[in-house]
Design a binder for this molecule. Structure first.
Ligand SMILES: Cc1cc2nc3c(=O)[nH]c(=O)nc-3n(C[C@H](O)[C@H](O)[C@H](O)COP(=O)(O)OP(=O)(O)OC[C@H]3O[C@@H](n4cnc5c(N)ncnc54)[C@H](O)[C@@H]3O)c2cc1C
Length: 550
């Protein structure tokens, strides 16, 4: 594969030479470093590279250039290489213009000149951007293929499993892709038994269980030790923060998570309000970074679902979906929430066959040039609508209330208003879903009465519920299943009911000593990435205090 390209652009030849030298020194082994002495020359170079289908990872441009400013050039470069990372080099006096450009020209970063020493001021920023680019870059395909039916629930589950674990694959619809049929024939595979996962070495898994697929793609499903200081259940922002702090502070940390780390944030197309990421970060990126960070400190991750919690004296045992158990002194429940199901006729039969809940971004590509419906008026629905609008012909948002103002952040409302293929239907509900093999139509009730519309995809974001039914009764929950902790626990006047310790529970401690709770699953939590991260890290402090008692 050709080495990806870093392009430096500056009309001042001395500065250009200095940039090129610095780039070459740090990145020359992995990337090709190209230069252009004007914005127009750079555009010409990009056009040629595009024709030759060569990958461009990063463009670093000076702001003040004759003929075209750096901001104008970087904006135009998006037409040729929309995914390349764009960096503006500015003089200190242009800082304000650079910040504005983050919004207008979607520039990823600006750097003030001079950037000496590059080890401090240049490389950390560029390495970060290049890591992001690499994570999203798809080189010519050499990986897994999934052959299945678009409307099959099993197929949807396999694809969701792979994409939520960041395993690259190519999906082939057996009904419309002749190559898929040829591949099945070549390998003597039954076209009636789908989905099939084909591996580059020629082997195949037919209709695989998640456990078998996890092992085959190299995910870890078995703990390396029997006992840990802390077991974190759920690797959303709360669990990941706990893993980073726990492992970095020397706790033997095990994280249990059936999907790729990132949690609900991983399903969000872009988080724009998390501190420190001025041009936003995708939830998947945030999850990937935190996963790497926690692993670097020694946290161990298991691709498993927790199905039970058993308390035996000072030991806490987590039961896993494959029947195994792991034990620890401390457990952190950071299970987050999942989307509520639509309770209308037709919805349960068509789930996964046109009706999808929350994290179904994997379906976006299948909806290319189709009409898509999104139910819900909160930020999650808004982000999903914007994501689908990039693929679908039209996205209709169905909202029960009079509009989005009361339920959605202003920046999303503004972006939706600017997106011409999103239509908002206020005071409108879905009352029935129709379809034999897959979703074919919806019955809507709106201000002007009932209406039946054709529909093939409906994405549902109607409030969330915690998945805590597997916890023992001793873990006290509110009427909606959220776990109570610390001062929220009901008391008998002196201590929380059922509490067996002499001390009071710590702030994030549940009704069972040593079992902590953080993030969205906690009763009364703020449903935000930042607050989940905060709670996960605070929980580790209490875990230390609890462990100090042993
Ligand atoms: C589409 C969308 C967009 C959003 N946008 C924003 C935004 O822009 N800004 C913002 O601040 N917030 C946003 N949020 C909210 C934010 O994502 C959540 O508040 C945050 O993810 C909560 O983190 P958490 O760790 O508590 O739970 P989660 O992120 O829900 O993670 C919980 C994890 O636990 C795992 N789990 C559950 N049960 C088990 C089990 N039995 N065994 C093992 N693992 C289990 C789940 O698979 C999941 O990965 C958004 C949410 C959604 C859905």
């Amino acid at each position: 594969m050709a080495r990806p390209i870093l392009l430096a652009v500056d009309d001042d030849v001395n500065v250009l030479e200095a940039v090129v030298q610095d780039l070459r020194r740090q990145y020359g082994a992995t990337y090709r470093i190209l230069r252009a002495a004007s914005a127009q020359a750079a555009l010409d170079t990009l056009a040629q590279l595009k024709t030759r289908q060569e990958p461009v990872a990063l463009i670093c441009s000076d702001q003040r250039m004759p003929g075209m400013t750096g901001v104008e050039f970087l904006e135009r470069s998006r037409e040729l290489y929309p995914d390349a990372r764009r960096v503006l080099l500015t003089a200190y006096a242009d800082t304000e213009a650079a910040i504005q450009a983050i919004n207008s020209a979607r520039i990823h970063y600006y750097l003030n000149k001079p950037w000496d020493p590059p080890e401090e001021k240049l490389y950390p920023v560029l390495s970060d951007l290049l890591e992001d680019w690499t994570a999203g870059y798809q080189p010519p395909f050499e990986g897994l293929r999934v052959i299945g039916h678009r409307w099959s629930l099993k197929d949807h589950k396999v694809r969701t499993f792979l994409s939520s674990n960041h395993v690259p694959y190519r999906w082939m619809d057996v009904a419309s892709n002749e190559d898929a049929q040829t591949l099945l024939k070549e390998r003597n595979l039954d076209a009636e038994r789908l989905p099939v996962v084909l591996f580059p070495d020629g082997s195949a898994l037919v209709d695989p269980e998640p456990g078998a697929l996890a092992i085959r793609v190299g995910l870890s499903t078995q703990a390396t030790q029997d006992f840990y200081d802390i077991i974190v259940v759920g690797a959303g922002p709360a669990g990941l923060a706990a893993a980073v702090y726990g492992a970095s502070e020397g706790l033997r940390t095990l994280v249990i998570e059936p999907h790729a780390p990132g949690g609900q944030a991983g399903s969000s197309s872009k988080i724009e309000n998390y501190l420190g990421f001025p041009s936003g970060i995708t939830g998947a990126d945030l999850g990937r970074r935190a996963h790497v960070q926690a692993s670097r400190f020694g946290a161990e991750f298991l691709t498993q679902r927790a199905t039970g919690l058993r308390i035996d004296g000072q030991y806490r045992f987590i039961q896993l979906a494959d029947g195994r158990e792991v034990s620890s002194h401390v457990v952190l429940l950071s299970l987050g929430v999942h989307y509520r199901k639509l309770e209308i006729p037709g919805a349960s039969q068509l789930a996964g066959r046109g009706i999808y809940y929350g994290a179904a971004l994997v379906e976006a590509v299948s909806c290319k040039d189709e009409d898509v419906f999104v139910v819900g008026g909160a930020n999650s629905a808004g982000q999903a609508a914007l994501h689908f609008a990039r693929y679908a012909r039209k996205v209709t948002m169905l909202v029960r209330g009079a509009g989005l103002k009361a339920t959605m952040s202003k920046y999303l409302i503004d972006e939706i208003a600017r997106t011409s293929n999103i239509v908002l239907e206020a005071q409108t509900q879905v009352v029935e879903a129709f379809g034999e093999e897959h979703l074919e139509g919806l019955q809507l009730r709106g201000p002007s009465g009932q209406l039946r519309v054709p529909a093939s995809s409906l994405f549902v974001f109607i409030g969330a519920a915690p998945g805590t039914e597997w916890l023992p009764a001793s873990i006290v929950r509110d009427e909606n299943g959220f776990v109570l902790a610390g001062p929220d626990l009901p008391t008998d006047g002196k201590h929380p009911e059922g509490w067996r310790e002499l001390r009071e529970p710590f702030l994030l401690e549940s009704s069972v000593a040593g079992v902590f709770v953080a993030g969205d699953v906690r009763h009364g939590s703020i449903k935000r990435v930042a607050s989940a991260v905060g709670e996960g890290s605070i929980a580790v402090q209490f875990a230390h205090q609890y462990l100090a008692g042993f």
